[in-house]
Design a protein around this ligand. Structure first.
Ligand code: 0A1
Ligand code: ZN
Length: 876
């Protein structure tokens, strides 16, 4: 394990690398416990570095076997080697070849960083700092080299050998049971994009012809027997490749593109050059085993990793502070892809739901940090919703401000200028500024200021003048390390909705507002809209044009009106959500839940609107989650009270709309076989929402309907939805259904994960004990990240009443699991621990338990830097 108290790294301290590496020739002889890695590095002194700087290469737990310089073995006195570093204090010249032989043990690697084993196959994960667990290297993203990798293994153990780039040669190793493959990647890349895979894997093949006629062989490698489940991923890959050509003018650049699905993986997937490695959850799907959400997750992640080929690989990051340069931009690109493949408004709604649930929460608590952090102790802890999701929102705002054409010009210039480089956020913004003439210096605050801005908006109607004035005030709350904030550039898309429900003209003086977007740039600002013949209802922040907390003076009547008429579908959704959130927070504070009748009425009308997409209805009719209600409350949160008021409202909606819901349920039933397209998925989503509302009361009829659906379902979406309904009711049907589900899918780990998750989410007093018992279940394993996340992660992150039990047992349990997992897999342990990110908003009793649990973790000796960092920042 690494030093538990590593020095903080600061963006301000960035210095160019002292030594560059032009080529890396790797020879990897795979062995379960003693893999021999020979690395030949062509090192060259960086002319921009410090004269006489020593060569210092990073390592992590390495065993050095041999070292040679320009072919001659090096005497022990001329270098210093430890598991963590290799230093040549007095290099003999400014350019030479260093040959380094190390031994690594992939079987003992439970961190799943560097070279490790999964289901007896070999695979690597190098982002962000895993390459140093394979060989000594200047392991930083601004050292770009051309890699050639020779992999050797026992033929019967690893018949498949994959590397980055194109296959150069392969064959048997003479006189032995071993074979080899040589891969060459012509594109210079940082070490974090290196990958190799060896093992017994089945290949699903296809091909793609790029716009300019290059033929690309596509391969998806999966466990034998799972080939049929890779079809959807392959289809998504081909669609992604075509889309990037059409939407961004970006073509693929190698002869092969391979994806390998593995069952032990710390994250979702990894964009290694030409050899993406995926958590199999984001590759494998069949109607019987995957839900609609799984299918759209696969589509999104396949696209995301593929799009990294240009935004991340061809143009990479200068340092890890620039992580959002590739991640925020690539999330933006994958969101746009999914919007084009599916329904744009529905995609936007689900993205914003997730942004609010994950990022707004992070931004309002102790782990808040800027999209581009300025300091870190453990970079693994910065793969966050802020870097990814808020990072994407910042790119989206740029597009909103510059318009379609300006944005495309900026992107084109960025690709043209920085291809083959390790770039910064400044480079990115300069491309847009130079391409369009826009001054983006104030906009850049989005990268440096943390915290979700609040935008207060008040309207004033002047009947005599026919004008409507919007008074806008912005503020950014204090966040860790940042007490004072400057005003930001907030692109506010809006419309003025007239009494007939249609948009009225949007004029500032005599000028029409371009694209319906005004730019808020000051602390306080007013906009006077003219030429209006009736009082409008403002539809603000359309499409969620800026990631802000909007506080408007809209009345409940205005919201009911917008829910029925707004021309912007996002705001139609948001109007209903706002109504619900308003009354839920009032009720949770002990006030009267007034406004229910209006909400029920608005919901009923939306449900009955035949012109609306079922997927949209399903989103609009799903109440804000417990987390969102808690965030809105802000302090002294009692999760039981939040759950109770939400459940009470679900009961009322279910009872009041029972007739139309039952009709919806019946009307959307179909005998057609399952297809994962967005339209069919939308119908299932609405039907399953109806199923849920109709059973909230636990009535015999509601439960029987769910039970019948569970028994008859021909696909996982419907089966799972029914099981989720049954799981909410402590009745004999629940145990029976859970048992039947387990028996049917016992051999399918990804499906059993759903079974674990569902049970971890039961909002009942016995759930913690159930989770503890399930940890002893033979299908559970602390060594597999998916299993840990499915059970413990789901409990901590998605079961607010039971995780935050008043007696503190839920908090203590999470601390115990984090501490026992830390030595094995610090990354997964620290992610689990970040479930405490909202602990300060709890009421005093629960807050005390959370603090005690966090302190117990923080005070434990020998913590990994990952867990130590989250624990101390959470308490800070
Ligand atoms: N770059 C990947 C995310 C990723 C980061 C770290 C990892 O290490 C375990 C794995 C993947 C992405 O954005 O998809
Ligand atoms: Zn990414």
């Amino acid at each position: 394990m690494r030093d538990a108290e590593p020095q903080a790294v600061r963006l301000a301290d960035y210095r160019p690398p002292e030594w560059l590496v032009d080529t890396v020739d790797l020879d990897v002889a795979l062995h379960p416990t003693q893999t021999r890695v020979t690395a030949r590095l062509a090192l060259r002194r960086n002319p921009e570095g410090t004269p006489d700087a020593p060569v210092i290469l990073e390592g992590d737990g390495l065993t050095l076997v041999r070292l040679a310089l320009d072919g001659a073995p090096l005497a022990g006195s001329s270098f210093e080697a430890s598991p963590e570093r290799l230093a040549l204090r007095h290099p003999p010249s400014d350019a030479f070849t260093l040959e380094i032989e190390t031994l690594v043990d992939p079987t003992a690697n439970t961190q799943l960083m560097g070279l490790y084993r999964t289901s007896n196959n070999y695979c690597t994960q190098c982002e962000p700092e895993g390459f140093r667990r394979i060989t000594y290297f200047p392991d930083r993203p601004d050292v770009l080299a051309v890699y050639t990798t020779r992999i050797e293994a026992e033929l019967d153990e690893a018949p498949v050998l994959l590397g980055n780039g194109n296959l150069v040669s392969s064959g048997p190793v003479l006189g032995a049971s071993r074979h080899f493959a040589v891969w060459h990647d012509p594109w210079p890349k940082p070490s974090y994009l290196f990958a190799l895979v060896g093992g017994k894997l089945a290949k699903v093949s296809d091909s793609f012809t790029t716009a300019s006629g290059r033929q690309v062989e596509l391969g998806i490698y999966v466990e034998e027997g799972k080939e049929a489940r890779a079809g959807y991923a392959m289809d998504a890959l081909k669609r992604s490749m075509r889309w990037d050509e059409e939407a961004f003018g970006r073509e693929y650049d190698l002869d092969v593109f391979n994806i390998v699905a593995v069952s032990d993986f710390n994250m979702g997937a990894m964009e290694n050059k030409g050899l993406n490695v995926f958590n199999d959850k984001y590759v494998l799907a069949s109607p019987q085993t995957a839900t609609d959400a799984d299918y759209s997750g696969i589509e999104g992640v396949i696209a995301h990793e593929y799009f990294h080929n240009w935004t991340g690989n061809r143009i990479t990051c200068r340092d890890w502070f620039q992580l959002c340069l590739k991640e925020g931009l690539t999330v933006f690109r994958d969101q746009e892809f999914s919007s084009d493949q599916r329904s744009r408004p529905v995609k936007r709604i689900s993205d914003v739901r997730m942004l609010k649930a994950a990022q707004f929460t992070e931004d309002s608590g102790p782990l808040a940090h800027p999209v581009r952090p300025e300091t870190y102790r453990e970079i693994n802890n910065f793969y966050t919703a802020t870097v990814y999701e808020k990072g994407s929102e910042v790119v989206r705002m740029l597009k909103t401000l510059l318009g379609e054409e300006g944005f495309r010009k900026g992107m084109d210039l960025y690709f043209e200028r920085h291809d083959g480089e390790a770039a910064t956020i400044e480079d990115f913004l300069a491309s847009f500024a130079d391409a369009t003439g826009h001054d983006l210096s104030q906009f850049a605050l989005w990268y440096s200021q943390s915290g979700t801005p609040t935008l207060e908006v008040k309207g004033a109607w002047d009947e005599a003048a026919g004008t409507y004035r919007l008074d806008v005030k912005q503020s950014v709350p204090p966040t860790p390390g940042q007490s004072e904030k400057k005003p930001m550039v907030i692109p506010l898309a809006l419309g003025l909705v007239g009494p007939d429900g249609a948009d009225m003209p949007l004029m500032l003086g005599n000028t029409p507002v371009e694209r319906g977007v005004v730019e808020v740039t000051q602390k306080e600002q007013s906009f006077l809209f003219t030429g209006l013949d009736a009082k409008p209802v403002p539809s603000l922040n359309r499409g969620f044009s800026a990631p802000v907390n909007l506080k408007s003076d809209l009345t409940p009547e205005d919201r009911v009106f917008l829910a029925a008429h707004d021309g912007d579908p996002f705001n139609r959704f948001d109007a209903l959500q706002g109504l619900a959130l308003g009354l839920l927070t009032r009720a949770a504070r002990g006030g009267a839940a007034d406004g229910e009748a209006a909400l029920i009425d608005a919901a009923g009308r939306l449900l009955a609107d035949a012109a609306l997409d079922p997927a949209f209805k399903a989103q609009a009719l799903a109440l804000p989650g417990e987390g969102e209600i808690a965030r809105e409350l802000g302090s002294d949160v009692d999760p039981d009270a939040v759950f109770a008021v939400r459940k009470a409202l679900r009961l009322k909606l279910g009872a009041a709309l029972a007739g139309p819901l039952a009709e919806t349920y019946a009307a959307l039933g179909t005998a057609a076989p399952f297809t994962p397209d967005a339209a069919s998925a939308g119908r299932r989503a609405l039907r399953n929402l109806a199923l849920d509302y109709l059973a909230v009361s636990g009535s015999d009829e509601g439960v029987a309907r769910a039970q019948a659906q569970f028994a008859a379902a021909d696909n996982m979406t419907d089966r799972m939805a029914a099981l989720a309904v049954l799981a909410q009711h402590d009745r004999p049907e629940r145990a029976a259904a859970l048992d039947a589900f387990y028996a049917r899918f016992e051999r399918d780990a990804l499906v059993i994960d759903k079974w674990f998750t569902l049970q971890a989410q039961i909002p009942e007093a016995g759930t913690l004990e159930r989770v503890k018992a399930l940890m002893l279940h033979p299908a559970f394993s602390m060594g597999n990240p998916n299993r840990v996340r499915a059970l413990v992660g789901a409990f901590a992150a998605t079961n607010p009443t039971q995780f935050n039990r008043a007696d503190g047992a839920g908090h203590a349990f999470l601390a115990d699991v984090v501490l026992s997992l830390d030595a094995k897999n610090p990354q997964v342990a620290s992610r689990l621990l970040s479930a405490f990110k909202t602990w300060r908003q709890l009421e005093p009793g629960r807050r005390g338990h959370a603090e005690a649990a966090l302190r117990r973790v923080a005070d434990t000796p020998g913590l990994s830097p990952d867990v130590a960092d989250i624990a101390t920042r959470s308490l800070g």
